[in-house]
Ligand binder design. Structure first.
Ligand code: MLT
Length: 211
């Protein structure tokens, strides 16, 4: 492992042939344990790779620095996205898994979106739960049909609706196959997120395996 790969993390190997590996990315104040249960629910038997964010905000782990709520230190976003990409590459070699599909919540969704744009080859796709635009001026990327599901909350006090729309447009312009849905919920995850995510993943993976 390289210095860039010193993310505290958990890896669950999975036991279903063909199940897509998932990269689980928690929200602010979470850790590597947070989304393991969600990962197992939405894709039973998938290998699960779950790192802890390396940035601390008042003791709370995050995946990049922010200047205020919703105001990001974009230089740090870029650096951290590339660092996470290196971790994923090392973990793939170490654990023998294919490029994972990211499942990120809140801050984890934002770093997943940044990683898609900074290093598209690191991920096979992404599920972005309550995500917003992480980079105002991202590099030109070619996402080449990668499946991306964005689930936003209509009553989310943290993510303005037009910001989530802008993220969906930005990713569509890069060639990603974006499905953006708006749920009648706030920032917290709901049962609807779990159900929709599971269904979308089963379909997206079927298409990937078929193509
Ligand atoms: C972020 O900082 O990434 C977003 O504001 C979401 C959050 O972590 O609250």
């Amino acid at each position: 492992m390289t210095a860039k790969s010193l993310f505290t993390h958990r890896f669950e190997p999975g036991d279903r042939t063909g199940a897509p590996p998932l990269l689980l990315l928690h929200g602010t104040g979470g850790d590597e344990n947070d989304l393991l249960q969600l990962g197992a629910m939405i894709s039973p038997g998938s290998p699960l790779l779950s790192p802890r964010g390396r940035v601390l905000e008042n003791g709370m782990p995050r995946f990049f620095r922010r200047l205020a709520e919703g105001v990001f230190d974009e230089e740090d976003v870029r650096y951290r996205a590339l660092e996470l990409g290196e971790f994923v590459q090392d973990a793939r070699e170490r654990y023998g898994i294919d490029a994972p599909l990211a499942v990120g919540y809140s801050n984890g969704a934002n770093i997943a979106a940044a990683l898609l744009m900074m290093n598209p080859r690191a991920l096979s796709g992404a599920i972005l739960l309550r995500a917003m635009v992480p980079l105002t001026d991202p590099p030109e990327a070619n996402l080449d049909g990668k499946p991306v599901l964005i689930l936003s909350g209509r009553q989310d006090p943290i993510v303005p609706a037009d910001n989530a729309d802008a993220l969906a447009s930005m990713l569509s312009r890069t060639g990603a196959k974006v499905d953006h849905r708006i749920l009648p919920v706030g920032h917290q995850l709901s049962q609807a997120d779990v159900a929709l995510t599971g269904r979308w993943l089963a379909e997206a993976t079927q298409h990937t395996t078929a193509s």
